[in-house]
Design a protein around this ligand. Sequence first.
Ligand SMILES: Cc1ncc(COP(=O)(O)O)c(C=O)c1O
Length: 378
Amino acid sequence: MIPNQRHLFDLPDDVAYLNCAYLSPLMHPVITAGLQAVKRRAQPWDIAAEDFFTTSESVRSLFARIVDARPDDIAIVPSASYGIATAARNLSIARGQSIVLLAEQFPSNVYAWHEAAKTSGAEIIAVPRPSDGDWTAAVLAAVTERTAVASVPNCHWTDGGLLDLAMIGRHCRRLGVALVLDITQSAGVLPFDANEVQPDFAVAAGYKWLMGPYSLGFLYVAPKRQEGEPLEHNWIARAASEDFAGLVNYEDRFQPGARRFDMGERSNFQLLPMAEAAMRQILDWGVSAIADTLAHMTASIAERAGALGLDSAPEELRAGHFLGLRFPAGVPADLLDRLHAEKVFVSVRGDSMRVTPHVYNTEADIERLFSVLEAAQV
Ligand SMILES: Cc1ncc(COP(=O)(O)O)c(C=O)c1O
């Protein structure tokens, strides 16, 4: 278990922030890295050509460690939707095939597939929410020989419903189905091993459980997909881009590995140092230790909520960091307002109230949550 880490965050004592699935708060070292980066950017004569590469390579390596991949397998992207669009551009999908998604999946992992279905004539299958909560079995049943792509998360963004990606990965490989993952709601907080799951593509936006800045994310690209076509053609993704004077000599070859999929201006001087500081701290804590700590926290919240009549998925069917609470008659209309009035922050997605803590949350935060829930007589 990780001891409480609230001192690292800019969280006033009277704020109970249980909403990391929305936007993580920033740690002091991340804020400092950002401020220093802006100051440095003010004096460009101190920014050398190699600086366009060093921090990019450092964050690539840090994210690679978080998902058990090689730095060569990671591209730097602005958003989850960019990663999904890259995947959709590089997978072949034919008329009559299916694209498997989850019902109520996050839209950035839906719209690109709707477009791909329109242009290819493929069918979208949105796996309905299983009544027994077992998403893995439901996805395994939906992915058949007819499937071109399964594009799913590690846990459902509304309530944390868990998918066994190693099992789904094996099933996809057996049938020759491409596997695309949106791990935005799990990267950095649920152990993930790219060697075991073997997705074709896996993307994570960096501002939630990776605790970094907005507008920066990471895309894992399987070695067999690294000859693919990037969404955009920028100078730095081409071979020999380190030689600024030589950029007039246009290059057909790319930088090695997944770097060809890097977004334009990926060397973002303001944001990369912040992401770097955040991922260093996550690796210092250790993803497994974070997972265990948060699973313990949400289990005790789930138990207490259960006594109030609020339902949640059994522990083995939800991600440990992510609790979706369902109310017998739906989420009361004024509940979020009542919680905000007491500076308790959670979110409502679909018909569930998401409670998503992190290592900065204290017993006092949880008491504040329950004092509102109990007073609301839900
Ligand atoms: C599952 C999931 N994926 C992706 C995102 C963000 O998508 P994007 O980076 O395309 O804005 C969110 C934001 O809530 C999310 O919950």
